[in-house]
Design a protein around this ligand. Structure first.
Ligand code: DUC
Ligand code: ZN
Ligand code: ZN
Length: 490
């Protein structure tokens, strides 16, 4: 058998197994897993782990906020940073703002991504204006175009939808086989807290955490789960940050609801003490939901170990520490005026490997599942992506599990002027990253051209093992034929 490239002598790991094998690659795909494969072009992976390339499933790239601020990374810098972090695919957001159509939104993001990305990409569609046209025509059209996940917000005055709009979107998503994602925080609780804090003269970044109480996350997650159960629609709760929220996700899964949970590195490695750094430094650590405390971190680790979370995503939302980003409203801005978000594309996987696998908290199989396989399944890319198997795209990250490095801003490849993880020593780093069999990162350098990354037309969500549990009121068999929901897959 002829190969374009063989990865020799490595230890291959998937979400289910670890084994010694060479990998034969042809036409961008894995075509052989065997011993003793030969080719003119080889990569020696002796002493290395050969893993599916990471899939970064939550990041904000070339995205305007509702108030007009632009993220610091575009598809070029964002994809390069992701690749240095061991990712061979990423799925940023395409954000519909009020008054915009969905098709118009996706066309805009196509123009931003095409010709720029070094790795394959897709988008999650943020839906902020679910008009009848959007619900009946544009969301099905987005699904047909391969954009099969829709995100909604329960907070932010300019983005949030109400409960009945949420039910409409869940229902359309269910009918199409799409997945709804939700930012679940109670808008009224946050507004009430913020107004009182500001009236009392408490405006520095530390009060950002106070204004987003854990109860606000728990209330909204609980409500979101109930809405999803009423519609019998799958729902992913993004960036879960509290024990209360994680417990709700866990219980819902146990009860058989189609609920998925995502969490992020900042909730494991940063605390509200970081928000309390001198001057405006705390602004660098502001994200929503906010970072919490060490006790929360311990509980979140246990949920990660127990399988509550299917995804561990960066939520890379890059706003520079200058007047283009965090300080756009001046050096004395209140916590309400400072953009929420921090960078993390390049360190998501090294943080999880070092503190998860190397520190003995999670297995290598859990790491692979959290870094790539689960995202591929949930977001309709499996088995083409997210695993190492014959027939899959040769999206592969080769890791040196013993390499210890300190995170430094000068080694980053994003467009940011800080990293929240400055000075952190981590063991285990990706050294070579392939996308469809092509070297993207090799020998610590970028060796691919922007624009080689392709849009991935995604498929429906994989709901294997997640039963339907319609509420009686929406079940056509039990609601006296009221037909609240059109017939769809059970
Ligand atoms: N939600 C996100 O998902 N990312 C950045 C900020 C936010 O509110
Ligand atoms: Zn969010
Ligand atoms: Zn986000």
């Amino acid at each position: 058998m002829e190969f374009d490239l063989v990865i020799r002598g490595g230890t291959v790991a998937t979400a289910s197994d670890t084994f010694r094998a060479d990998i034969g690659i042809r036409d961008g795909r894995v075509v052989a897993l065997a011993e003793g494969l030969e080719a003119a072009d080889t990569i020696d992976a002796t002493g290395r782990l050969v893993l599916p390339g990471g899939i970064e499933a939550h990041c904000h790239i070339a995205q305007e906020s509702a108030t007009g601020g632009m993220t610091a990374d575009d598809y070029r810098s964002g994809s390069i940073s992701a690749a240095f972090g061991g990712n061979s695919c990423f799925v940023p957001f395409a954000a519909q703002h009020r008054g915009m159509g969905v098709t118009e939104t996706l066309d805009l993001y196509d123009s931003r991504a095409q010709g720029a990305s070094v790795i394959d990409y897709g988008y999650h569609l943020i839906v902020a204006d679910p008009t009848q046209k959007v619900l009946t025509e544009e969301l099905p059209a987005a699904f047909a175009r391969g954009v099969t996940s829709f995100k909604v917000f329960m907070t932010y005055d300019l983005m949030r939808i109400d409960d009945s709009q949420f039910l409409d979107i869940l229902t359309v998503a269910r009918e199409n086989g799409a997945l709804t994602m939700v930012h679940a925080e109670n808008n009224g609780m946050i507004k009430w807290m913020s107004d009182r804090l500001l009236a009392g003269g408490h405006s520095t970044p530390r009060y950002h955490a106070v204004s987003h109480p854990a109860l606000a996350e728990a209330e909204a997650i609980n409500r979101a789960i109930m809405l999803a159960r009423l519609a019998d629609a799958p729902l992913l709760i993004v960036h879960v940050s509290t024990p209360e929220g994680a417990g709700l996700v866990h219980d819902a899964r146990l009860a058989g609801a189609k609920i998925f949970g995502e969490t992020c590195p900042q909730y494991f490695f940063l605390t509200r003490d970081d928000l309390d750094r001198p001057g405006m430094e705390g602004a660098k650590f502001m994200c929503s939901p906010p970072v919490r405390d060490p006790a929360t971190q311990q509980v979140l680790w246990r949920h990660l170990q127990a399988g509550t979370f299917s995804l561990f995503s960066s939520d890379h939302a890059p706003y520079r520490f200058d007047d283009s980003g965090k300080l756009s409203k001046g050096p004395d801005a209140t916590f309400k005026q400072i953009a929420n978000g921090m960078p993390g594309l390049a360190v998501r996987l090294p943080l999880l490997f070092s503190e998860g696998v190397a520190a003995g908290r999670i297995t290598l199989q859990q790491f692979v599942a959290l870094s790539a396989t689960n995202a591929a399944k949930i977001y309709g890319m499996h088995p083409r992506k997210g695993t190492i198997a014959v027939g899959a795209d040769a999206d592969i990250a080769i890791w040196d599990p013993d390499l210890t490095r300190t995170v430094r801003l000068q080694d980053q490849h994003d467009n940011m002027d800080y990293t929240p993880y400055e000075g952190r020593e981590l063991t285990g780093w990706p050294v070579t990253v392939l996308s469809r069999g092509e070297r993207v990162i090799d020998g610590g350098a970028l060796v691919a051209e922007p624009g080689r990354g392709k849009f991935i037309k995604r498929d429906r969500i994989d709901l294997t093992g997640m039963p339907g549990h319609r509420a009686p009121e929406t079940d056509p068999a039990r609601n006296f034929g009221a037909r609240i929901l059109p017939e769809g897959p059970a």
